[in-house]
Unconditional design. Structure first.
Length: 301
């Protein structure tokens, strides 16, 4: 199956090919960690660029469509007010603010896209010609949203957290496998290591025969690095300026040093993987003569 997967052509996201045989595509998930502040959003973009990430991602919702009036009216104190609705509306950027994000990303030369939680948000983000669309784990069972997003004709990244294989089957049936990348995920914030179940990466590759990545919500780095060794073609991690900042996703995010180290480690891991062919290296030959017992040297050495 691994040989068959290797023959699947890479999926183009912007200027890069993503899939088996191509460098891991590292996504810095800004999400809502900008706290409604465009200047903070730009600082997070700068952090992603400095770390060597391949793209940044935001989240877009039409608040009154995604949430019920009862949910929006629930008491929830935040910098934006006293209700959940105040919070949700305060975290949404305007068209003008997304124009600023678009200009800034072009300036610092990093692609951006978003997870869109409703059809109007898909149409909104599509105005900026993103290189792909992300479908969040929470939206995996939203058949109408899946169809609407697919109709845009862009590559799709589908997170599979909080979903059964049968539900993923249904989503893949609706979306089709063309230009589709699945992301294994555990939708707890932050996730415990024993919840991550990274072996599901191979399960998804075997079952669907599409590229598979990893969207992590744990606090550390090792599991994300292991996912690359297990064949993840994408690693997506939330980033923050400071984990102690106000916001529901900050604790499950990586600070600047963390995302920088992760990106560096991933590139080192890729260099270490090799091609699987066992051979004697030229740099090993002097060691053979230095360390092997006299009489154990052969022509094959």
């Amino acid at each position: 199956m691994e040989k068959k997967m290797a023959n699947i052509p890479g999926i183009r996201i912007g200027s890069k090919l993503v899939g088996a045989g191509h460098p891991c595509y590292i996504i810095a998930e800004i999400g809502i960690n900008h706290n409604g502040d465009i200047e903070l959003a730009k600082r997070l973009i700068t952090i992603a660029v400095a770390a060597g990430c391949d793209a940044v991602k935001f989240q877009k919702r039409t608040v009154d469509v995604v949430y019920t009036p009862e949910e929006l009216a629930k008491p929830r104190e935040s910098p934006f007010g006293l209700t959940n609705g105040d919070l949700k509306r305060g975290l949404e950027f305007t068209y003008e603010e997304y124009q600023e994000i678009d200009r800034y990303c072009a300036q610092v030369k990093i692609p951006w896209f978003a997870s869109c939680w409703d059809e109007a948000s898909v149409d909104f983000i599509d105005q900026f010609n993103p290189p792909c669309f992300k479908i969040a784990s929470a939206s995996l069972t939203d058949d109408n949203l899946l169809r609407h997003t697919r109709a845009k004709g862009k590559p799709l990244l589908l997170s599979t957290g909080m979903s059964s294989l049968e539900q993923v089957d249904r989503a893949v049936e609706i979306l089709g496998k063309e230009d589709l990348i699945l992301l294994h995920a555990c939708s707890t914030y932050p996730a415990y290591y024993e919840e991550l179940n990274l072996k599901v990466i191979q399960t998804l590759k075997d079952r669907y025969e599409v590229p598979v990545g990893y969207s992590g919500h744990e606090t550390g780095l090792p599991s994300s690095l292991v996912s690359v060794a297990m064949g993840a073609c994408i690693v997506e991690r939330h980033i923050t300026q400071d984990r102690s900042m106000w916001g529901s996703d900050q604790a499950a995010s990586l600070e600047p040093n963390g995302i920088g180290r992760l990106a560096s480690y991933i590139r080192l891991a890729e260099r270490s993987m090799g091609d699987g062919v066992k051979r004697v290296l030229e740099r090993e030959r002097p060691i053979i003569h230095k360390l092997r017992r006299v009489g154990a040297l052969t022509d094959q050495n």
